[in-house]
Ligand binder design. Structure first.
Ligand SMILES: C[S@@+](CC[C@H](N)C(=O)[O-])C[C@H]1O[C@@H](n2cnc3c(N)ncnc32)[C@H](O)[C@@H]1O
Length: 275
């Protein structure tokens, strides 16, 4: 089926994430989108599911009353947003399950550990995003993926703070204006740095059972200069390992980045002077 999402108005700039999820998950999976508006992202996902030949259930949840930033929109004022959504997604209506309601109400209809992929593009203020994360995170399976849109500090600082706080700044993959947390990765990477003053030796400990790339940067905080000093690509299979660097006394610290599929999932500065 040909894509037709580009004929629908909206803010959909994450097709690569939707395609990746359809490729990643098998038949029998369960996808949920919070915030469908006029159906731009919804129709893209539906066509991807149809073309994959997989039997993936897809719920689209929206109050269809618009968010605060949409109060001047004609469909919102005329209360015709849902009607327009249904018209727009008509070619794929048999493959989606529209649920008219607010995320904080309909969440009670979902079992814990039942969703494979959840995308949140509903309300964008701090309180609402925090509530969505608290309510919906347990609904996503242990090996599932939770993601959302508008992870942009200039436009939605409250949203960014809520996401960072909820995930403790860890394992958040950035993809354009979207954030992604793969629960598998979240569980499976542990990472720590320690420094032994007496022998001027730095230990880096990483425990992961997925393939990650670790890049170590030298770091001179005085001139804020960063240079790659070592890169390691490994699939660790739950083995712990240690790296040690000697003779780093010319540096004031280290920066360590962990990459997964070319995206940074963790970064940490380690300041020798204060440790
Ligand atoms: C930015 S739009 C979604 C854009 C859409 N994904 C697209 O492709 O264009 C946000 C949508 O979230 C809905 N919304 C806001 N708060 C919500 C909530 N708590 N529960 C469900 N829907 C909500 C609004 O009605 C609006 O349609």
């Amino acid at each position: 089926m040909e894509h037709f999402y580009d004929k629908i108005d909206g803010w959909f700039d994450f097709p690569n994430i939707y395609t990746e999820m359809v490729n990643k998950f098998d038949s029998g999976s369960y996808f949920v989108e919070i915030g469908s508006w006029l159906g731009r992202s919804t129709s893209y996902m539906a066509v991807e599911i149809i073309n994959s030949g997989k039997d993936i259930k897809f719920d689209c949840i929206d109050g269809w009353e618009g968010s605060v930033e949409h109060k001047d929109n004609t469909y919102v004022i005329n209360k015709t947003l849902y009607e327009e959504f249904l018209k727009n997604v008509e070619p794929v209506l048999d493959h989606i399950n529209p649920i008219k309601g607010f995320s904080y109400d309909v969440v009670n209809n979902y079992q814990d550990n039942s969703i494979d992929f959840l995308f949140i593009d509903g309300a964008h203020d701090y309180e609402s995003v925090k509530k969505d994360l608290i309510d919906w995170y347990p609904k996503v399976k242990k090996n599932g993926v939770i993601a959302g849109h508008d992870y942009n500090v200039g436009n939605f600082p409250g949203l960014v703070t809520a996401v960072n706080e909820f995930f403790n700044n860890e394992n958040i993959i950035r993809n354009g204006w979207s954030w992604i947390v793969d629960k598998t990765i979240y569980r499976n990477i542990n990472f720590d740095i320690s420094y032994d003053k007496n022998i001027n030796k730095t230990y880096i400990y990483c425990n992961s059972d997925i393939e990650v790339t670790i890049i170590f940067y030298s770091w001179t905080s005085l001139i804020n200069n960063e240079t790659v000093i070592y890169t390691e690509v490994s699939h660790f299979n739950n083995n712990k390992f240690w790296y040690s660097f000697r003779n780093l006394n010319a540096l004031s610290g280290l920066k360590v980045e962990i990459h997964y599929k070319n995206r940074i999932i963790k970064e940490q500065y380690f300041d020798f002077k204060n440790n």
